[in-house]
Design a protein around this ligand. Structure first.
Ligand code: MN
Length: 284
């Protein structure tokens, strides 16, 4: 099953357009992956031009992967961490965390932010932040594979997950390659550059490709140095609802999170209380 989904334009902050692949009406999740924004490439003139003000999260993990440039993450646990290409910032919100993200140098900024929905068993736990300084990596005949999360062909990423999941960042070598998949996982592809093919079907970076389950392999041809993301996971069997930066199970829960944040009684706050913070939009 190959389902082609058009990417939509969204705004992360005013003046900074991003391309959003998840969620869409025809594809809400891939495994526990529930949100995917691609930002850039954008040529920043000043070092802190890109700034996402302090905002809260519940019920999810944020997963950041830089393609070019770097970002500084700060959170209410007191973490301050710069992330560069090849590294991962994985923040588990659990029952509530606040963070901000900003660029630290002028120049090209390009990257991905994804969210992973937390299952009922862990979504009420305290928050946690992890930085992976070097992502495990392997080379195949037709591509280089960075194991952003999960395990591929015995190469294990050490970051702790809460449901069976995989995320691969693949860089092509211009010859055919066959990826080995798990039939119990559902998968999706997001090409970041032109020119790649799945079997003989050309893939374009304006689309997101949902592949479904029951696949044992994937025949890709990715041109030299062209990039692609493969996401996968065991289909997530809990019904989630999302609003703004929150993932929950009921509207009441979302309303309470919005109110708590806006009324400054959220479970945590950034240490620098003078920093301007985002306002949560009310539920309809
Ligand atoms: Mn965030």
């Amino acid at each position: 099953m190959l389902k082609t989904i058009s990417l939509r334009k969204a705004f992360l902050v005013p003046g900074f357009p991003v391309v959003r692949a998840l969620p869409t009406a025809s594809c809400r999740m891939v495994g526990a992956w529930c949100f995917l924004d691609y930002f850039g490439p954008r040529d920043l003139e000043t070092s802190n031009e890109f700034y996402i003000k302090p905002h809260p999260h519940i019920g999810l993990q944020t997963f950041t992967w830089m393609l070019k440039g770097s970002l500084l993450h700060k959170d209410s646990l007191g973490n301050e961490q710069i992330i560069h290409p090849g590294q991962v910032n994985l923040m588990s919100s659990g029952n509530g965390i606040v963070h901000s993200e900003q660029s630290c140098t002028p120049g090209i900024l390009e990257g991905l932010q994804l969210w992973i929905a937390l299952p009922e068993s862990t979504r009420h736990q305290p928050p946690e932040f992890n930085h992976l300084a070097a992502t495990p990596y392997l080379e195949e005949k037709g591509c280089f594979i960075h194991v952003m999360v999960g395990e591929y062909d015995g190469i294990v990423n050490p970051l702790t997950l809460n449901s069976p999941l995989i995320g691969l960042y693949i860089v092509g070598k211009g010859v055919k390659t066959r990826l080995r998949l798990r039939p119990d996982f559902e998968y999706a592809l997001m090409p970041l550059d032109e020119g790649s093919c799945l079997d003989d079907v050309p893939l374009t970076p304006s689309n997101f490709y949902y592949l479904g389950t029951q696949l044992r392999s994937l025949n890709l041809n990715i041109p030299q140095d062209k990039r692609m993301i493969l996401l996968g996971g065991e289909p997530f069997n809990e019904k989630i609802i999302m609003w703004w930066n929150f993932v929950a199970r009921t509207k009441d829960e979302l309303r309470e999170a919005v109110a708590a944040w806006n009324e400054r009684r959220f479970i945590s706050e950034m240490n620098d209380e003078h920093e301007e913070r985002m306002q949560a939009p009310l539920l309809p």
